[in-house]
Write a protein that binds this ligand. Structure first.
Ligand code: ARG
Ligand code: ZN
Length: 874
């Protein structure tokens, strides 16, 4: 009832019906904003405990209406509200500040106090490691000041910051600095202006004791940009790779998309408490420190690659996201899908495109396919949400990127580029929609893409069935294709989708391409494609390069996969054939049928011994599908059966190929500082081989792993060795874990690895170890990276999490409930493993469900966790 005092008519007004606690927001309800805010001036008196925020908005009535001005707030209490410098009547309606404005334009001033130190949600302005920083996407700005906090309200920002100079010597915000100076009582101030109108989610502010790694970049039109990566002084030596990646990304975006940077400075700040990976705030990107800090001693090759990808991703948002932003949050994939596609293309150009494509597809299959087949399935452009933070998903990001990739495939690079040029040109400075993007591609290319729009609206992964019938007498082959999409929540029946399949035929005898690659567009439920003039029986090479994000089930001849694994000229198709060979053996084993591992053993042996293939490809090709991915292919999931099937296959592969694997494991990659594709690939193959050796001979693997660990001059070899050792019962395990801890425990990012490695262990006592780690004095649920390292990793450890006694479920549920009280966004991200409950054998299914119900019945559940849990139960 606290707000009643602010309601002038509270005594007489009829009681408004209570708003539903967790309302659903719908895309179809979109309405343009009632009020625009062309200008905003912010004045921050910064302090960790009490920060005072004064804001002055220039508000303009948008269209002819008489609705009041409504400003979003979250945990804010107005201390003062003035319109045109005068007191004005205002009221709170829920969290919103409502003001009746006379006329069509006004200056609206508000003042609030916020407490960054107590902001455990890490949304809005918060304290991290002695500094102050912000995260506003999606709806964090309303935790800083009252504002129409929606992406289609674009404003020009002017920001004044005032802080204690000793504690916060560096003050940063978006745009360019105009002036700075000293104040009284040891305080100083700075005033900045961002010339580009932007939505509030792109606002950022950082205050702290930071040091810069400075560099410059000259743009294609000859403008010099000052670059700086701001970190704690001790971390400066670890910023080189991020800076090199930034400059490479800036050059790449000019070359490939014609996009140039537009401000005089570009700042990046690394913070250790961050909900997500990084944030593209205009001119001031804020990063989770794990995507900035690296040197070969503490970061793996995969970490280096991830840093380059995320730095590029956030930089690319300057055009795909900032210059052209999103009309509403349902359009999130407009910026995220496109930007992921852009960062994937960048990484492909910087290294091996084939290996990058395999990695991207592996991520899609591990993270997005399960999402698409479970209770949290949603379209790339969702129709509704309860909490938008729950929609920063693999579907919006990675499937969204696949959609853009299909446009690229169908149009070809030139027309695609013409389309993006038109898109940027047409919508610069606007808040656009996914439809606008497609329209620009169509208008520039002259190609009708309307059929493809169903990829935005229809959830679920299509399954394509393929079989080929060959008539030797006529030299004709008929490729019979069919497609179907299983129902998803809210979408019981599905329409056919346009599926672009890069397809070729190889000769069964010669292995040569007998029908060269063509792009088949499967857009009906069933379709037949005819091939003529074939003088030998064909093998089917389909969905090359993973041209469509679908599951292909092809009817194969006896040794067809083995032949494809050996001779397909498309590296992805070759990898895929290996994966399918592995699946055949793994699924047979999991069903308790006889397993013929020989075809896979022969194919893996040939791969390992090949002189043409590079080591990174070999490593990908011999890596077995994870247990969770195997589970996706089972009607009823029995984690023990899957685990033992996979262990048997590892044993078979390991023993049959021991010599080849030992040779690969012993290969010399040179210095750990050598980050060339060859050196990285050699290290990767070394650790993947070690894993298969361990499948066959634990004692031998323990010895090799410990030796690899001890002599390593880089984190890749060290972590690779440890990731094998953690699952072994050998004295080397404890010795290496202890040595790792002793050496690195003061480095938070490396300590995260120590927690994660143990949570990923394949052993019967993993849960007990995880429980012990949860009580470790260096474990905390308040730091998202640490929580994800332990609880997040455990949740995707298929065999351990799904232990038959249900204790794994209880542990994760406990973590979710505890984390929800501090940081709902991060807590909600731990829920998805529970969403598989319907797929499991009855006992586990019931145990999972009862944990979901326990979470559901927790009083005071956040909107974030409520949405994920209630949808998981539905
Ligand atoms: N836009 C950021 C990125 O992908 C992610 C920010 C997500 N923030 C959030 N609170 N969900 O680059
Ligand atoms: Zn992004």
């Amino acid at each position: 009832m606290a707000d009643i005092r602010t309601l002038p008519d509270a005594e007489t007004a009829p009681e408004a019906p209570p708003a539903p606690v967790h309302a659903t927001i719908r895309r179809e309800d979109y309405r343009p904003p009632d009020w625009l805010v062309p200008e905003i001036a912010l004045d921050f008196a910064l302090d960790a405990d009490v920060t005072r925020v004064r804001s002055r908005l220039t508000v303009e009535r948008n269209g002819a209406h008489d609705r009041p001005l409504r400003l979003d707030g979250d945990e804010l209490t107005p201390l003062n509200v003035l319109a045109n410098g005068q007191d004005v009547a205002w009221r709170m309606e829920g969290p919103q500040l409502v003001v009746d404005i006379e006329g069509d334009r006004a200056d609206l001033e508000t003042e609030v106090e916020i407490n960054p130190a107590q902001n455990t949600k890490l949304m809005g302005l918060y304290a991290s490691g002695g500094m102050l920083c912000t995260q506003c996407e999606a709806e964090g700005f309303r935790r800083i000041t009252f504002f129409p906090d929606r992406p289609d309200v674009l404003s020009r920002y002017r920001v004044r910051m005032d802080a204690d100079e000793q504690r916060f010597p560096i003050l940063l915000t978006n745009g360019n600095e105009l002036a700075s100076g000293k104040g009284e009582h040891g305080r100083h101030w700075a005033e900045w202006e961002d010339p580009f109108p932007k939505p509030s989610y792109l606002f950022a502010l950082v205050a702290g004791d930071l040091k810069p790694n400075r560099d410059t970049f000259t743009t294609m039109s000859g403008r010099k940009v000052d670059l700086a990566i701001w970190v704690r002084e001790a971390d400066l030596p670890k910023t080189g790779h991020a800076m090199a990646s930034l400059k490479a990304a800036m050059a790449w975006d000019e070359k490939v998309y014609g996009r140039e940077y537009d401000l005089d400075q570009f700042n990046i700040v690394a913070v250790s408490d961050f909900n997500m990976g990084a944030m593209e705030n205009k001119g001031l990107n804020v990063f989770n420190s794990r995507y900035i800090l690296a040197d070969p001693e503490i970061a793996t090759d995969a970490d280096f690659d991830a840093i380059a990808a995320v730095v590029a991703h956030e930089y690319f948002h300057n055009w795909s996201g900032n210059r052209v932003t999103c009309r509403d949050w349902f359009q999130l994939s407009l910026k995220e899908g496109f930007t992921v596609f852009r960062d994937q293309s960048f990484s492909a150009d910087m290294g091996s495109a084939a290996v990058k494509r395999i990695e991207d597809v592996r991520v899609l299959r591990m993270a997005q396919f399960p999402e698409d087949s479970g209770p949290l399935a949603h379209p790339v452009r969702p129709d509704s949400y309860i909490e938008i933070s729950n929609f920063y998903t693999a579907t919006v990001y990675n499937k969204g990127a696949e959609l853009i990739r299909m446009f690229h495939t169908v149009l070809g690079p030139e027309k695609f580029r013409a389309g993006t040029d038109l898109y940027f040109d047409r919508h610069d400075g606007e808040a656009a929609t996914c439809d606008d993007f497609v329209k620009a591609l169509e208008d520039a290319s002259g190609v009708d893409l309307s059929a493809f729009k169903i990829w935005y609206s229809q959830a679920g992964t299509p399954q394509v069935d393929a079989r080929i019938d060959y008539d030797a007498d006529t030299g004709t082959a008929l490729l019979k294709l069919g497609q179907r999409v299983a129902p998803t929540p809210g979408q019981p029946s599905k329409a056919p989708m346009p599926i672009p399949l890069r397809t070729a035929l190889l000769g069964e005898a010669s292995g040569a391409e007998i029908a060269s690659e063509q792009l088949i567009l499967l857009d009906r439920p069933e379709q037949t494609v005819r091939f003529e003039g074939l003088d030998e029986a064909p093998l089917l090479s389909i969905n090359r390069g993973f041209s469509a994000p679908v599951v292909v089930r092809a009817k194969r001849k006896g040794d067809e996969l083995e032949r494809l694994a050996q001779s397909d000229a498309d590296p992805f198709a070759r990898y895929e054939a290996m994966q399918e060979l592995a699946f055949e053996a793994l699924l047979a084993g999991a069903r308790g049928e006889a397993v013929d591992a020989e075809p896979l053993i022969r194919a893996a042996g040939n791969t390992l011994r090949s002189n043409e293939l590079d080591p990174a490809f070999k490593a990908e090709a011999i890596l077995l599908p994870t247990e969770a991915v195997i589970a996706e292919r089972m009607d009823v999931v029995d984690p023990d059966a899957i685990h033992s099937s996979r262990e048997h296959l590892r044993h078979a592969l390991g023993s049959a190929l021991m010599d080849d694997l030992a040779k690969a494991q012993a290969a010399d990659a040179g210095s750990g500082a050598d980050l060339s594709p060859l050196a990285k690939g050699t290290r990767r193959l070394r650790s993947v081989s070690l894993g298969l050796i361990a499948g066959a001979d634990q004692a031998r693997a323990a010895g090799l792993a410990k030796a690899q660990f001890d002599v390593a001059d880089n984190m890749t070899d060290r972590q690779g060795a440890l990731s094998v050792l953690v699952s072994l019962d050998a004295p080397e395990r404890e010795a290496a874990l202890t040595a790792f801890y002793e050496r690195f425990h003061e480095d938070a990012l490396v300590l995260d690895k120590w927690f994660a490695l143990q949570a990923a262990a394949q052993r019967t006592d993993t849960l007990d170890q995880v429980l012990t780690l949860a009580a470790h004095r260096e474990f905390t649920i308040a730091n998202p990276n640490r929580l994800r390292a332990l609880a997040g990793t455990f949740g995707v450890n298929h065999w351990a999490f799904n232990g038959a006694d249900g204790r794994g479920y209880a542990f994760l549920a406990d973590m979710i409930v505890a984390a929800d009280k501090l940081n709902p966004q991060v807590a909600a991200r731990l829920v998805p493993p529970f969403g598989r409950w319907r797929r499991f054998e009855p006992k586990r299914s019931a145990l999972m469900r009862s944990q979901l119900e326990r979470i559901m019945n927790t009083p005071g559940l956040s909107r974030d966790v409520f949405e994920q849990v209630s949808k998981s139960l539905a």
